[in-house]
Design a protein around this ligand. Sequence first.
Ligand SMILES: C[S@@+](CC[C@H](N)C(=O)[O-])C[C@H]1O[C@@H](n2cnc3c(N)ncnc32)[C@H](O)[C@@H]1O
Length: 365
Amino acid sequence: MNTKSILRMNQGHGENSYANNSSLQMKVMSKALPIVKDIINDMFVNNLSLEMSESFNIADLGCASGPNTLLLVTEVIDTIYNLSNKNLQILVVLNDLYKNDFNSIFTTLPSFNEKLKEKYGFEFSQNCFITGVPSSFYERLFPCKSLHFVHSSNSLHWLSQVPKNLDNKGHICIDKACAPNVFDAYKDQFYNDFYTFLNHRSCEIVPNGRMILTFMGRSFPDLLNDDSCYLYELLAQSLNDMASQGLVKQDDVDSFNIPLYAPYKDEVEAIIVDEKSFHLEKIEISQFNWDPLDDDDNNNKFDQIRSGINVANCIRSVTEPMLVTHFGELISLKDVFKIYANRVANHLKTKRTKVVNLTICLRKI
Ligand SMILES: C[S@@+](CC[C@H](N)C(=O)[O-])C[C@H]1O[C@@H](n2cnc3c(N)ncnc32)[C@H](O)[C@@H]1O
């Protein structure tokens, strides 16, 4: 099933006022979906223990509640239907944090089920079960050996917390201008979080079960280049501009940091090796323009102003709750993201920088 038909099937699934952000996430996820299909095919063809199971149990971690939430479910159901294993029951568990709007997902399920019935017939559709588990994926979520396949997209670069005792004045996460100890603190937090994540999943996934994870990464081991993290450095600079105009307090800017870390692929590989529960089958790196609506690198009429606004909309949708919690309701997000859009446009004049994503495929040993 291609991305367009998945989108058609999900039509009517929730409103998302931040279309730019979901289209970037959609691009990232759609890179991983063919891999999901291949891996599931491979699991059914080669894995005898699965043939013995009455149900195929899947979890999507960090599912959110927007137009992309049911993409994975749709793809997995379609893949299994085409494997002509019509009697198998499919359980899909959607996970996100407690504050996620699970109700809006559940509200769309009756129409989603109707579409399954139309497309695959009554009997097959009655064997598909969708449920939700609200909690952090840095905790245990499922019983031992209860899952065959785990997926997570656009989520694991979010840490469980900002590293403790951080002195990162003028910045809001890692960047080439940060002090080395700030870089180390973020790197250590990612190590601990990702190790914990793997360790919990290793209890929950059956032997030979698979996991496909896509998250933001860096293209270089050091911080001397401008890919994923620089998006947030420009936000730090915009908040500093706001402080110098007296629109927010400098102390508030200095104490604001976000729990985000984009690892280099070797760091991820090292944690997988240290944790010892998974075999790394594949690691792929993909890159997308910062502006999710800019697909044409050869476009001579590239409009940096438009792209600056698109990127600002995207980053606003991700950071707005954190900004409001830290700075209070009175912060003018319109001003912050106007300054930010200009800064992004100025940067894009000189360089069409990309966001880097890592997709990793793991097999439970
Ligand atoms: C950018 S959205 C990705 C949504 C969807 N997977 C996609 O690719 O379009 C990131 C999601 O990860 C969730 N998330 C972040 N940290 C999490 C955690 N520790 N446990 C569970 N979900 C988490 C957020 O609440 C958010 O809904």
